[in-house]
Design a protein. Structure first.
Length: 154
């Protein structure tokens, strides 16, 4: 019997070497391609918009960005004045009557901006879109209380 040499190679010719090197590159690439097709491929007849799939892959929760200020539901007229109106009415900017200036407010009330007209309608007559946008967060009762504070303050 012939003894097996431990240091002998299984590759005996250059042709065998070329085949082994080629297979060493081709087989792993083929395996990677097949695995990616298996993982990313969809079964026949299904699409990504399948109604059974979308609920499973949607986000677990959602992030909602809120204003840094507190809730506006329990603010008094003074609080609303401090947040929205103080800038103009404290200094009298843009012809805004100052808080507690009964003469300036009396002339506005005499011009038809009477107390029985809802507050938001009185403010809308001023055509100040920026002011109206700021007041969207407040209820009519809060705006009425704020106007009452502006007109009757001492």
């Amino acid at each position: 019997m012939q003894e097996h040499d431990q240091h002998a190679s299984l590759i005996q010719s250059p042709r065998q070497l070329v085949i082994v090197v080629a297979l060493a590159f081709i087989i792993p690439i083929a395996v990677i391609v097949l695995v990616t097709q298996l993982v990313t491929g969809t079964p026949h007849g299904r699409t990504e918009s399948d109604p059974r799939i979308l609920p499973r892959i949607q986000a677990f929760g959602s992030v909602v960005m809120a204003d840094a200020s507190g809730p506006k539901g329990n603010l008094t007229g003074v609080d609303v004045y401090g947040q929205v109106c103080k800038t103009c009415h404290e200094a009298g900017l843009a012809g805004a009557p100052k808080m507690g200036d009964k003469a300036a407010w009396a002339s506005r009330i005499a011009q038809g901006q009477a107390a029985d007209v809802p507050a938001i309608e009185r403010i809308e007559e001023q055509d100040d879109l920026e002011l109206l946008a700021q007041l969207d967060d407040f209820s009519d009762d809060q705006i009425d209380a704020m106007l009452h504070e502006l007109i009757t303050a001492d």
